[in-house]
Structure formats: structure tokens, C-alpha cells
Design a protein around this ligand. Sequence first.
Ligand SMILES: Cc1cc2nc3c(=O)[nH]c(=O)nc-3n(C[C@H](O)[C@H](O)[C@H](O)COP(=O)(O)OP(=O)(O)OC[C@H]3O[C@@H](n4cnc5c(N)ncnc54)[C@H](O)[C@@H]3O)c2cc1C
Length: 462
Amino acid sequence: MSQPDATAEFVVLGGGISGLSLAWRLAARHPGQVVLLEREPQVGGLAAGIPWHGIPLDLGSHRIHTGFEPGALRTIEQLLAGDLRTRKRRGRILVNSRFLPYPPSLATIGSSFGVRQSLVFCKDFLRARMGKWRNGRDQARFEGYLRDQVGDSLYEFFYRPYAEKLWALPASQISFEPAVARLHRVRRLGPQPNRGFFHYPKGGMGQLAEALRTRITDLGGTVLTGAEATDLSSDEGGVRVVARLAGEDSARTVRAGTCISTLPLRATWRLAGMGAEPLPLRWRSLRVAYLLYAAPLRGDIDTYYFPDPRLRIGRVSSIHRFSPELPEPANRILTIEIPCSQSEDLWTMSDQDLSQIVHHELKATGVMDAGAGDPVEVRTVGLRDVYPVYELGWRECWAAALDRLARVDHLFLAGRAALFLHCNIDHCMTMAQRLATLVEGPLAREKWRAEINGFPFLKLKE
Ligand SMILES: Cc1cc2nc3c(=O)[nH]c(=O)nc-3n(C[C@H](O)[C@H](O)[C@H](O)COP(=O)(O)OP(=O)(O)OC[C@H]3O[C@@H](n4cnc5c(N)ncnc54)[C@H](O)[C@@H]3O)c2cc1C
């Protein structure tokens, strides 16, 4: 076997928040002994900043929620020093043809829907909670679980359309785990400190990834961007990763004692030589459109949510409302998220065609004035496989896939993409910190595998 181009104690695959957090934690214990490989020219993965007209655009609305795990929030504050801003949330969700404040609470739902409908919500909710009407509903399904938790009418208005739009499946075919991960949002009735606020780096979400990269390199770690991992093999002594570097003819190899992959599960599957075996898990993708208008956007709403499956737009946000310190033309850009599958026209149509559909829906829903002129420029980005589809039976397939990968010695999986999770940045950071302490101890792989089983229930913040 040829000599490796680099050796290290750890090689980390993927430079999203999970990979960067891991590399940082490991480099702190093993200065100079960590190599991170990231395929894209920039670090950050889903939380990267993509420059357009000098603005570091987020890949869809990204913010740091006040409900983040306290340890992760403290770390973010330290990483961003004085650049983390706190802003009031000004969100709206379109439900049954009316805009409600977002995130919704039972109190705001009540005041928006009027006395009659509110009584129906309350009656259904209490019936569900008292458990009297559990007619043998299947608690292992999204639908049965939620109907029994929040009642039929709240389920029909809020949860069902959202789920069917995001996953493009009848809610009766979705498993219960994502219901558990989302339920905390309407459970709370009383005042919740900080619930109406969020944090955001003044220079865009990509600032967090850049701060992590700096920490790693300050500790002597290596961060290679434009470096796509193409092969992974292991033996008794460790792992060998082959990477193709942008602009270089020959591949490079890294030899390390331990490999932690934060790459999408499908990518790790292929890399480890299992590409011939089908991976029986499905994801939904997301197309993100950025519309640049001639005039500054009006109003002060930062984010609109559209759970209605009849609308193509899912979430619309204004990066300028997240950080008014961003320069022109941030105040003229809208970011629109369109959940879709790669087999749909929405995924393949031209930027111009997509922008016409989106602009029309923005006007029809009242986000833009009826007389608003067309956008002057559009850019779109396709994010493959960002939403795991938790259809019935997914858990058995998932466990089988993880067990199969567990046969690759010295390999650990971590992060949202690698573990088929729909989770937040704080979960990725917490996961990384935990794995970095576990990885060198006894029975590390067995312990980590056991912890992974609880991750599908992580509480989602949106
Ligand atoms: C639209 C959207 C909005 C979101 N909003 C929020 C929010 O407001 N707040 C919040 O907390 N979370 C939010 N999230 C979730 C958050 O973005 C993720 O939890 C987090 O960024 C995941 O990080 P990760 O490192 O696990 O995965 P990723 O970011 O997916 O990182 C995986 C990395 O692997 C790289 N890679 C892939 N293949 C290869 C290869 N062969 N070789 C080398 N590198 C490779 C990729 O380029 C990528 O950088 C949002 C997610 C989405 C999709």
C-alpha cells in the first residue's frame, strides 16, 4: 500500500457544524492531530454562508433559538464574542386563510380563531388529554400519537398539513418519532421567558462555522476545503481515507487511528463500499430561492410559514430582518424554501420559472403587495436529502444500516446528515462534545451506538 499523504490521530469527514465542532473538541485534546475534509469550497454545510451580491446568504432561514441547549448556547456566545445579536421574533404562520403569530401558543391560537373555534380546540384538547376517546388509535403513528395528545382539531389545522407537505406522505403513513420531537411547541400555555426572541450572528449564520474553523487551525488542526472523501477502508491499526482535492490531478490519502463521519448517511454508505446494497431510507430535498427586488422589502415580519400543501412555498424569510447590520442589498432579498423531491418539476425547473411561481404565491398570500414588481434577479440552491422521511418501518431499516456500518472498524457516525436526523445546530454541537469525550474511552463504539437510539426524539426548534 502506498504511503499516506497525511497521518493524524483523527480524520473528520464533513465540515458542517457537527464536523467542525468535533474537530475542535478533538484538536483541543490532541493539538495538531486532527484533519478535517470538506467537499465544498466553504465550511458550514447546511449552516454555511453562501455569498451573493456581497451578502452571506443562509441556506434557508437559520437562527440560534433561545431554547437551545444551555451548554451549546454558551459555547456559541463564546465563539462569536460580541457578534451575537438578540432579536425579537416576528413570525407569522398561515393557517386556514389567516396569519397567526409564530411560534403559536394555545393563547394566540385562541385569540386568532375566535370564541367558537377556540371552544372546539379546547374541547378536543381536553378530550384527548383525558384519554376518554382513545379509540384504539395507533400511538406508533404520527397521526394517532398527535390526535391523542392535542386533539383532532388542532391536529387537523396545524400538524397534518405541515407533515404532509414536508414529507409528501399521508400523515397516517408517518411514524410517531417526529411527533414527539415537535410536540413541545403547543404544550406550553403560560409565559415562557425568551420565547419571543432569537439570536443571530451579525454577519450571518456562516460566522459560526468560520469561528469554529479558526479554533481548529489555532490548535494546529488541518481543515481542507474542496476535499471530497471518495474512499474509506479500515484495518486493525486504523482507517485510510482517500480524498479528491479541487484543482489537483491526483488523490490524497489520510491515515488516522479513528474516523468520524458527519457526511450524509448515503455518502458514508457508499464510501465504505456498500454502494451495491440499497440503503432503504428516504429523504426529501429542499430548493432554496433567493429573490432580489428593486425596492426594499416592506413590513417587519422576519419569517412566514406556509404549512398548506397547496402552496409550493414552505417558509419565507428576510435575512435583513435577522441582521439589519448586513449591507445593501440584504434589505431587498427574500429567501424562500420549497420542500420537494428530486423527481419533481420543482427540483428541475429553471430559476426563472421557479421565481415566477414563487413570486405569484408571495403576492397571492399577501407577503408581497399585489402590485409588487417582479424580482430583478433570482438565484436558487438545491439541497439534496435534507429532511429524513420517517415513514412507518423506518426505524428497523435505520438500525440495520447503522449496524451494518458498525462493522467498519474505527468508524463513528455523528451529526444530522450522518444519523438520519431532523435536528438543530445545538444538538449537533452537543452530540460532538459528547462523542469527543467518549471516543477514546473503553467500549466507545458500543456506548455511542446506544446513545444514538435516543437522538430521533431530540426536541426540534423551528
Ligand atoms: C432549511 C434549514 C433551516 C434550518 N434552520 C435551522 C435553524 O434555524 N436553527 C438550527 O439550529 N438549525 C437549523 N437547521 C438545522 C441545521 O442546519 C443542521 O442541524 C446542522 O447544520 C447540521 O450540521 P451537520 O454538520 O450535522 O450536517 P451538514 O451541515 O449537512 O454537514 C455535512 C457536511 O458534509 C459535507 N460532505 C458531503 N459529502 C462529502 C464528501 N464526500 N467529502 C467531504 N465532505 C462531504 C457537506 O458538504 C457538508 O458540509 C436548518 C436546516 C435546514 C435544512
